[in-house]
Design a protein around this ligand. Structure first.
Ligand code: CA
Length: 333
């Protein structure tokens, strides 16, 4: 647990003031190029009267762009007259990582989504996590954290929530996923949920919703449109933003067990044998890893452990042993 030491982060916004505020979470960071310098994490607070609070984040991983693209625009365009309650927007949560275009922070190599609950006296990444844990999450009724695959993964576009012991909370999260109306809606299983923002929010009893909208360290026109429409839908369904939810067709998916995940056991050049969204039969070759050190070596097959649909794949052309090579999900009605 965090000590009771106060956070070193000073917000330049007042969370209780009405209207629109564009400011910063200022985190002191003394370094070679700035002796008494700070990390300035952009934050926007849009508040109008009484109502629930939504906490919206992108850039938890710094090389994922649909969330920041949707959230910088939402901060710029959301009219407080359309709001009942409060919208707190942090479009680039791990701002040092976002500035560098990397998954983890260039300052301390911290992975924001493995740093919770954080520490007020820890690394820069741990200090940001601690501020979310103790200052921002407690204010929120609904927490929405955008993800995509980053430079090393690519996903079919989906909105997701987790199976939870608290079934009433789980139902609220999946209702928000349905409102988002991505082409796919996922009941998501994590490889290792320890230290995740998701887990921190859920353990606090918050409605937590996330996405995987694409990847490859870039964004596409379609996935950014999905992000922009989806987040407004979630805010409308929560009664925070006026207007009707624009529903669209969604295919529900499940990740029923760890057999969803296929990991590379060799280094080499990866050949995708099935594309994203295509059906998968158990035992089929999803990808092959070609040895590149010499000619005459047969490729290693990566086979599906279950039937379903290819939901994610390794993105770069080269792969290392231990990399997540493919994720299979099951279609459900
Ligand atoms: Ca991510």
């Amino acid at each position: 647990m965090s000590s009771l030491r106060p956070s070193p982060i000073a917000p330049t916004v007042d969370f209780d003031r009405g209207g629109v505020q564009h400011g910063f979470l200022r985190l002191p960071h003394s370094r070679d190029d700035s002796a008494w310098g700070s990390v300035m994490i952009p934050i926007c607070v849009i508040r109008n009267g009484k109502g629930p609070t939504a906490l919206l984040t992108g850039g938890n991983h710094g090389d994922e762009y649909e969330g920041p693209l949707a959230l910088y625009e939402l901060a710029r365009t959301l009219d407080p007259d359309q709001v009942s309650g409060t919208v707190i927007i942090v479009p680039a949560m791990n701002y040092p990582a976002f500035r560098a275009g990397t998954r983890t922070s260039p300052i301390d190599k911290g992975n924001m989504n493995r740093s919770f609950p954080g520490r007020p006296d820890g690394t820069v990444t741990q200090k940001i996590a601690d501020y979310f844990q103790r200052e921002l999450l407690p204010r929120a009724d609904i927490v929405f954290d955008f993800h995509s695959g980053g430079k090393t993964l690519d996903f079919v576009p989906f909105c997701a929530a987790h199976t939870l012991p608290d079934k009433a909370l789980e139902q609220k999260a999946f209702a928000a996923v349905a409102a988002f109306s991505a082409p796919f809606s996922m009941r998501m299983t994590e490889i290792d949920a320890i230290g995740m923002y998701d887990t921190a929010a859920e353990e606090m009893g918050k409605v937590f919703v996330t996405t995987e909208l694409g990847g490859g360290g870039t964004s596409r026109a379609e996935t950014v449109r999905i992000a922009r429409r989806g987040i407004l839908n979630v805010l409308r369904r929560a009664g925070i933003v006026a207007g009707a939810v624009e529903t669209g067709k969604t295919q529900w998916l499940d990740m029923p067990s760890g057999d969803c995940f296929c990991f590379a056991e060799d280094d080499g050049m990866i050949e995708t044998m099935i594309d994203l969204g295509e059906p998968v039969e158990a035992g089929v070759v999803l990808a092959r890893i070609h040895s590149t050190g010499r000619t005459g070596v047969a490729p290693q097959d990566i086979r599906a452990k279950m039937s379903g649909m290819l939901a994610a794949r390794h993105f770069p052309g080269l792969v290392k042993a231990g990399d997540c090579a493919a994720v299979v999900a099951v279609k459900v009605d």
